[in-house]
Write a protein that binds this ligand. Structure first.
Ligand code: SAM
Length: 231
């Protein structure tokens, strides 16, 4: 069924019941209890995000100044790990993220990422800053969080890397459609990287149809494979 996006947003807002959980590596995450879906792998949020988005994503961008666009900001774990990586490796990082259903203050105050991530940007820093306004740290690290549906997001910028971190195909197939994946393609620079935890055949095929060169690599614990693709 097709809904106008405003109706769809209201409907999904009411339908998602979230709860903070601790995953098997000790790091926190959120569970959508009534969907049976989690924001991260139950085997470990921190180890999954590090494996997928840092080791098989950001670390492969051979540039001193890197721009990231994340689909699904959620807990902000990928942003925190990316800023930590940028600080350790002395890279300039511009990070943009799209999110339609931001965490509440109670939710983000319950996240324990600061205990694991060695960076001078904290969970509070990235959640307390305003939506749709650029936040800058030390002239080196910037964050712009877009409060909007992925379906409605437009930008005239192009990025070095896209983190595609939406809920699984079984829960939100519309976000894995050709139209949305094409949006990611258009938002990447030539030779830009698209990285996701997923490795579903249909996603793989759609990315190839769009013109990506698709690589399947070993997934994080609990997942055989994941995809990174190059424009
Ligand atoms: C798998 S979770 C995000 C994980 C996140 N990267 C993290 O590290 O916490 C997917 C995110 O996409 C958001 N989301 C779901 N549907 C969306 C939509 N249509 N537009 C924008 N955000 C959406 C959810 O609210 C959720 O935060």
């Amino acid at each position: 069924m097709w809904w106008p996006h405003s109706t769809y947003k209201k409907t999904i807002d009411t339908l998602m019941k979230r709860e903070v959980i601790i995953t098997n590596d000790g790091s926190s995450s959120l569970s959508v209890t009534n969907w049976g879906e989690n924001f991260h792998s139950i085997h470990g949020a921190l180890q999954e995000s590090t494996h997928v988005y840092i080791n098989n994503g950001l670390a492969l961008v051979e540039k001193e100044e890197i721009s990231v666009l994340e689909f699904g900001f959620g807990t902000g774990l990928n942003a925190l790990l990316s800023f930590e990586f940028a600080q350790k490796n002395n890279k300039k990082l511009h990070y943009e993220a799209i999110e339609a259903y931001p965490l509440t203050k109670d939710e983000y105050l319950s996240l324990n990422f600061d205990a694991f991530i060695k960076s001078n940007i904290s969970v509070n820093d990235i959640h307390d800053c305003e939506w749709n306004q650029l936040k800058t740290w030390n002239n080196m690290h910037t964050l712009l969080k877009h409060s909007i549906l992925i379906e409605d997001f437009v930008s005239n910028k192009q990025f070095d890397i896209v983190y595609f971190d939406v809920f699984g195909y079984d829960y939100q197939p519309e976000l894995w459609s050709k139209a949305i994946l094409e949006k990611a393609y258009q938002l990447l620079k030539s030779e830009g990287i698209f990285v996701t935890y997923a490795c579903k055949g249909v996603v793989n095929r759609t990315l190839k149809e769009l013109g990506f060169t698709v690589h399947k690599v070993a997934g994080p614990p609990g997942k055989r494979e994941m995809i990174f693709a190059v424009k």
